[in-house]
Design a protein around this ligand. Structure first.
Ligand code: HEM
Length: 219
């Protein structure tokens, strides 16, 4: 961090729903991997349901949440992305993801969503352990989906690796500690505008929607 940033006032970048869902994503990915490795499939299903709920909430929050959480704020079309990469990196002022980071976030969310949805339809080799919606597809299809479930997991791992490498690059090379903001919600940066919050009640429909879908899928 440079001198100007150090002396700058901390401004609010992330609200708590974004931060909480982020660290719960991390917990769910680790739990899903570990329970699959240990073959404790009941708990694998529970972590999948938790991840599904979090993703539905995060997508809802991407439309109705604070400014830095909104897809409309951080997803730019090809020309916007190219302009950011070519000339206007320093012109980026909005709190939240920059146009490049924004697309990597969209890819990670999409991959995680694809992974849990596919998981709902998967069966194991003898059909004993299966996702709650596997009865809706043939056994062969559910086995093909099991293979795809593994491929998508590897893609998720690749993107998580890139994600962590990008964060380390910011922290260690650019001396810009973006990591602190994912814990505290605040960042000292002279250039950025603060996020625009929304009223707290907006969280409620997101939680109702997420838990309703998970309940419907799981029962
Ligand atoms: C399972 C592993 C992980 C997943 C799936 C994941 C996913 C995500 C997602 C989806 C976002 C966007 C936040 C949002 O807008 O909702 C994000 C942002 C972020 N993540 Fe992770 N993350 C993972 C691990 C980590 C780890 C280990 C770190 C710390 C080293 C980290 C640090 C951050 C930071 C600092 C941001 C904000 C980036 C920015 O300033 O634009 N993440 N992550």
């Amino acid at each position: 961090m440079n001198e100007a940033s150090n002396s700058a006032q901390a401004i609010r970048i992330w609200d708590w729903p974004v931060r909480l869902t982020h660290w719960l994503f991390v917990a769910c990915i680790v739990a899903s991997w570990w329970t699959a490795e240990q073959n404790v499939m009941d708990w694998h299903r529970y972590s999948g349901y938790a991840l599904l709920g979090l993703l539905i909430f995060r997508v809802y929050w991407g439309f109705f949440g604070s400014s830095s959480a909104r897809f409309s704020q951080f997803l730019r079309g090809p020309s916007g992305l190219m302009a950011y990469l070519r000339e206007s990196r320093d012109a980026h002022r909005e709190a939240g993801h920059n146009p490049l980071g924004g697309w990597s976030v969209a890819v990670m969310l999409t991959l995680m969503l694809a992974q849990v949805v596919i998981g709902l339809f998967v069966s194991d080799v003898d059909g004993i352990e299966s996702g709650p919606l596997s009865h809706l597809v043939s056994f062969d299809t559910s086995r093909t989906l099991a293979d795809i479930h593994e491929v998508v997991f590897n893609a998720i791992l690749t993107f998580i690796g890139l994600h962590i490498a990008a964060i380390l690059f910011y922290v260690l090379v650019k001396r810009d500690n973006v990591l602190v903001a994912m814990f505290t919600g605040h960042r000292r940066n002279v250039r950025l505008h603060a996020m625009r919050p929304v009223p707290a009640w907006r969280i409620v429909p997101g939680i109702v929607l997420a838990s309703g879908v998970v309940w419907w899928v799981a029962t």
